[in-house]
Design a protein around this ligand. Structure first.
Ligand code: ZN
Length: 137
């Protein structure tokens, strides 16, 4: 089951340049920054009530995010829905005709298990589904 929007991912050229803008916008500093090796990105998270804003910069030449920035420039990159059971949700979405970018949940940022859905099957939107790793069933 989808519980809520966990975060909105925003592609930026550099965290150094983008962070001050979001600090001004949200009135707070990011509460977490980390590198996600598997995706070739550095991320910073800002709290926004129940939801978060995730800024992503490429940490690796040739990363998917770098290609996104070349194609589309900075801006909204993905929307992440939190689920209470990622495997069940992946099966449900596959059954419903969405194409998943991987068969098994991966370890993502912010202590989450994640799976991405191809934008071609989701109306042009890159969708992430995620689950807290310590709430894993
Ligand atoms: Zn994300």
């Amino acid at each position: 089951m989808v519980i809520k929007i966990d975060h909105i991912g925003i592609a930026v050229r550099t965290l150094e340049q983008a962070s001050p803008l979001f600090e001004k916008l949200l009135g707070e500093k990011p509460f977490k920054s980390e590198e996600v090796h598997s995706e070739g990105v550095n991320v910073s998270f800002f709290r926004c009530g129940e939801t978060k804003i995730e800024l992503l910069e490429s940490s690796m030449p040739g990363s998917t995010l770098e290609k996104f920035l070349v194609r589309k420039g900075e801006g909204v990159h993905h929307i992440a829905f939190e689920t209470d059971n990622i495997k069940e949700e992946m099966a449900r979405m596959k059954e419903a005709g969405f194409s998943l970018l991987h068969e098994e949940p991966r370890i993502g940022a912010d202590n989450k298990l994640v799976c991405f859905i191809h934008p071609k099957s989701a109306g042009g939107l890159l969708v992430e589904i995620c689950q807290e790793r310590d709430k894993q069933n």
